[in-house]
Write a protein that binds this ligand. Structure first.
Ligand code: KG4
Ligand code: ZN
Length: 346
């Protein structure tokens, strides 16, 4: 059979990304993956500013596309299609990507495939490890947190998710409370090394409830109260206080995710999957303590555990090109009426 070569575009949050993926005999290979971040642009505002993000995407998309093609050693005429994130996300950014993809398709005649950003994350372990359907996926990022049974490129069952903040959002907010840099995850993970996770007692919201839902906002508030108490009593936080608080917070997130994962596994294993497998994706899956804990929970249940390499866990366009290739194989094509969707549940 002939290989399928797709250009992928991603611009739904604060990374402008383009990638080229080649798919042959049921396996995908990343030929190039370019991610242009926007960290410096939003620093002064304490979060991503949608207008600034959209403008930067519009400026950087063609740079990312040219670089992705150059790194793959290919040109647009070698492509079989263009896959683009059509939502969910910040509407200005998603629109920039969809317009760019439509422009390329109008000029070249290539087919257009709109991809759900969450499906991109959820299908990443098929790109990196070639795992078979069905598998249990925990999607944990700055904007999302959900358990999915993934049965096909368009076949997802949502078992539960966060009822308030996403874990990455909690990491970012706690980092802000403690004066650490954004995004907060890597800084908290670094501070937590050597910290005493047992010193402060922090809540494990929703644990032992009979569903797969999660909650993180109470945990963030508990960190805020602990910080304020330390500031009132001692006038500020020592290095050790900060390390202990980071370690305690990270431990609490681990406990909540592990408890909910056990419950999700029970539902998934109840379906008697052929080769039980648990996979994670999203930026928070970059956290080594969280990965190790989830791997342990999967192992105890007799399931394989797959965690993609860090740069494919966070936002990228290779996952969009791969998801686009799987959708292409099902016969899916979009036309110029493809719209950008700020909300698009799986
Ligand atoms: O998937 P992602 O790149 O963007 C979306 O949210 O879609 O995830 C970004 C999130 C941020 O909230 C960041 O703080 C978190 O992932 N993150 C981490 C770590 N690295 C990134 N959280 C915990 N530990 C980390 N090492
Ligand atoms: Zn994402």
């Amino acid at each position: 059979s002939d290989p399928l070569i797709l250009l992928g575009l991603e611009s739904s949050c604060d990374d402008t990304a383009a990638a080229v993926v080649r798919r042959l005999d049921g396996r995908s290979e990343v030929l190039s993956s370019v991610v242009i971040g926007q960290s410096g642009l939003h620093d002064a505002f304490g979060g991503v500013v949608p207008e600034i993000a959209a403008r930067a995407h519009a400026e950087k998309l063609d740079v990312a596309v040219r670089q992705a093609l150059a790194e793959a050693g290919l040109s647009l005429s070698d492509m079989d299609g263009v896959a683009v994130t059509a939502g969910p996300g910040l509407i200005g950014g998603v629109l920039s990507g969809v317009m760019c993809a439509k422009g390329i398709c109008a000029a070249t005649g290539l087919p257009l495939i709109g991809v759900n950003h969450l499906a991109g994350h959820a299908l990443t372990p098929r790109l990196t490890d070639g795992i078979a359907y069905s598998y249990l996926m925990l999607l944990v990022s700055g904007g999302h947190c959900q358990f999915l049974i993934v049965r096909g490129p368009e076949d997802f069952s949502r078992l539960g998710g966060t009822i308030d903040d996403a874990p990455g959002e909690a990491f970012d907010k706690v980092a802000r409370l403690l004066g650490l840099a954004q995004p907060g995850g890597p800084g908290i993970e670094a501070e937590a090394h050597g910290g005493d996770a047992k010193r402060f007692s922090l809540p494990r919201p929703l644990i032992d409830r009979d569903d797969c839902n999660l909650s993180f906002s109470g945990l963030k508030t508990a960190v805020l109260r602990t910080r304020d108490t330390l500031v009132q009593e001692f006038g500020g936080l020592t290095r050790a206080d900060r390390a202990d608080l980071c370690a305690g917070f990270q431990q609490a997130v681990c406990d909540v995710l592990a408890d909910r994962m056990r419950r999700a596994l029970r539902l998934y294993l109840g379906e008697n999957p052929a080769q039980p497998c648990v996979a994670v994706a999203g930026g928070v899956a970059a956290n080594m303590q969280i990965r190790a804990r989830l791997e342990q929970v999967a192992g105890e249940a007799g399931a394989r555990f797959v965690a993609p390499p860090l740069k494919l866990c966070t936002d990228n366009a290779a996952m969009i090109a791969h998801a686009g290739a799987e959708l292409f194989e099902t016969g899916l094509r979009h036309d110029m009426t493809l719209s950008a969707r700020p909300r698009w549940p799986l």
